[in-house]
Design a binder for this molecule. Structure first.
Ligand SMILES: CC(=O)N[C@H]1[C@@H](OP(=O)(O)OP(=O)(O)OC[C@H]2O[C@@H](n3ccc(=O)[nH]c3=O)[C@H](O)[C@@H]2O)O[C@H](CO)[C@H](O)[C@@H]1O
Ligand SMILES: [Mn+2]
Length: 327
């Protein structure tokens, strides 16, 4: 049989072209939607020089004045100088429980060693149910590793949600003595570019890169009014990813205690929020405490999302493998 190569290549070119046009239109729709969220009374922050941003005109400030951090909106040398002079110490807490330890922890640590706050003192708190299995990694002299034991839990939903319990019980008592700012991060991600002190703030939230390009009607807030995580969409602005949040310890204490309270209240009614801890986090950040700084999708990039091609990603999601990793 004769293969119609010319017809196939013509089709491929047409598909690629329409895909490109679709992608460009989505990005501009998103930019319009984001701009529309800004009330007209709010002064809009000067946009950084377009050549430095991934897309010109991305929103760089929230309606309540919190900076949205994109490459090009900050001066890395000035930020570094300030924090270096102050002797700022930055922490990360990362949970690696069950199979997630052997699958994700090593690349997370190796990449953090290379890209996370280079030149500043750092502490990584690894929270795990199997401390002896934590891989030994050669780390830079100003980066310390602290391993903490947490209980083994079987349901992955419990492991994810109970971070809101283990953080204040296991991590914060140490961190409040050792660090000025702490990030609470998922382990299934890797640093791929300089993740510097431009990200530091009292209460820091991460835009979810899977939903960033979408219209707000697609944001996955908990919609069951019986749940403590219930979030009326009209009261919220953004959809945040629970894979990264951070701030100073007093702010994180309030955040985790509110989320844990909601999780336990739901449990007592036989409920579980649609995106577990992430649903409670979104409610908290919409209704109880607005973040003082917001990280653009560059700081937690869903690398296989074809609608979000970024020029300056600093961290990307690792490949998911729910089938093998979740029992
Ligand atoms: C359906 C689903 O997936 N939902 C949750 C999950 O997405 P994710 O797909 O990002 O969840 P995930 O599998 O990365 O679990 C969250 C984190 O909990 C830890 N972990 C989890 C399971 C386990 O067996 N061992 C372990 O160590 C680990 O640090 C992991 O990165 O997490 C988000 C927070 O980022 C939200 O809470 C979502 O609601
Ligand atoms: Mn994750």
């Amino acid at each position: 049989m004769k293969v119609p190569y010319r017809r196939i290549s013509l089709c491929a070119v047409l598909v690629a072209l329409s895909y490109f046009i679709y992608w460009k239109s989505l990005i501009s729709v998103k930019q319009e939607t984001s701009r529309n969220l800004l009330p007209s009374t709010q002064p809009q922050q000067e946009a950084a020089p377009p050549s430095l941003l991934c897309y010109p005109d991305v929103p760089t400030v929230s309606p309540w004045g919190a900076p949205i951090v994109w490459e090009g909106t900050f001066d890395p040398e000035e930020d570094f100088r300030l924090h270096h002079e102050r002797g700022t110490v930055v922490g990360i807490s990362v949970f690696a429980v069950g199979k997630y330890l052997s699958r994700y922890l090593l690349p997370f640590l190796v990449s953090a060693n290379q890209h996370f706050m280079p030149g500043l003192k750092c502490v990584i708190y690894v929270v795990t149910d199997q401390p002896s299995a934590v891989p030994s990694v050669s780390l830079r002299p100003d980066l310390n590793l602290v391993v903490l034991r947490c209980p083994s839990r079987t349901r992955w939903q419990e492991i994810s949600m109970m971070r809101m319990k283990d953080l204040p019980e296991l991590v914060f008592p140490l961190a409040k003595e050792q660090v000025d700012y702490l990030f609470c991060m998922d382990v299934d991600q890797v640093f791929i570019g300089r993740y510097g002190p431009e990200t530091l703030g009292d209460l820091v939230a991460q835009l979810h890169s899977g939903l960033y390009h979408m219209n707000k009607t697609y944001y996955t807030y908990e919609q069951d009014p019986r749940s403590a995580a219930f979030t009326p969409p009209e009261k919220a602005h953004y959809y945040y990813h629970a894979a990264v949040f951070g701030g100073t310890i007093p702010h994180l204490v309030k955040l985790t205690s509110s989320c844990l309270r909601g999780i336990l209240q739901d449990r007592s009614k036989g409920l579980e929020a649609v995106w577990q801890d992430e649903s409670h986090l979104n409610r908290y950040l919409a209704l109880e405490a607005l973040p003082s700084k917001i990280l653009s999708p560059e700081y937690c990039w869903m690398s296989w999302n074809p609608f979000l091609l970024l020029k300056n990603p600093k961290m990307r999601w690792a490949q998911k493998d729910y089938k093998n990793l979740r029992s």
